[in-house]
Design a protein around this ligand. Structure first.
Ligand code: PRP
Ligand code: MN
Ligand code: MG
Length: 180
């Protein structure tokens, strides 16, 4: 385990097993609809890569980059779009792929934006859900795991851009984020 972690919450094996289940479920639910999977960079990049390998129906991918946390451990409340989609979403069944829903601000903002652009449907898939963090009323349609109200990193999730590469997810020691 990385020395900056207090404990591991989900091992690589546990994560991949759950991702496989989500992939099978989405493949069944979106059969015949050619859904557009949108990865919300950077946090969702590992989840997206593992998830799409388990989709066995025709689908497309696109990428969007947003930032609300920056260098802080708290959301700024302002969602910045750093990279937009390459193509329009009018009439498409869009599946937003997120690593975590915390305050819900990122997804609420993106969902509204995609409906404004006339997506036919917007479905939210989040590997982790932290229900106690919510500031706006939004629920992901598919969730991998519920997580406690602690600062977690790994498998795409960062603190100040670090720890995204860990293949597992754990709780960051308080002293690590209290320092900055
Ligand atoms: C994190 C995470 C989600 C969002 C969740 O992204 O990846 O996108 O915050 O928080 P919220 O529900 O409170 O909006 P961040 O803005 O840190 O950018 P990153 O994905 O590049 O790390
Ligand atoms: Mn993110
Ligand atoms: Mg982040």
């Amino acid at each position: 385990m990385h020395p900056d972690l207090e404990r591991v919450l989900f091992t690589e094996e546990q994560i991949l097993a759950r991702v496989r289940e989500l992939g099978a479920q989405l493949s069944r639910d979106f059969a015949g609809r050619n859904p557009l999977f949108v990865c919300i960079l950077k946090g969702a990049v590992l989840f997206m890569a593992d998830l799409v390998k388990r989709i066995d129906i025709p689908m497309e991918m696109d990428f969007m980059a947003t930032s609300s946390y920056g260098e802080s451990s708290k959301s700024s409340g302002v969602v910045r779009i750093l990279k937009d989609l390459d193509r329009g979403v009018e009439g498409r069944d869009v599946i937003l792929v997120e690593d975590i829903v915390d305050s819900g601000l990122t997804l609420a903002h993106l969902r509204d934006l995609l409906y404004h652009r006339r997506a036919q449907s917007v479905t939210i898939v989040a590997l982790f859900d932290k229900p106690e963090g919510r500031a706006v009323d939004i629920q992901p349609d598919y969730v991998g795991f519920q997580v406690p109200n602690e600062f977690i990193v790994g498998y795409g999730l960062d603190f100040a851009e670090r720890y995204r590469n860990l293949p597992y997810v754990g709780v960051l020691k308080r002293e690590v984020y209290a320092r900055s």
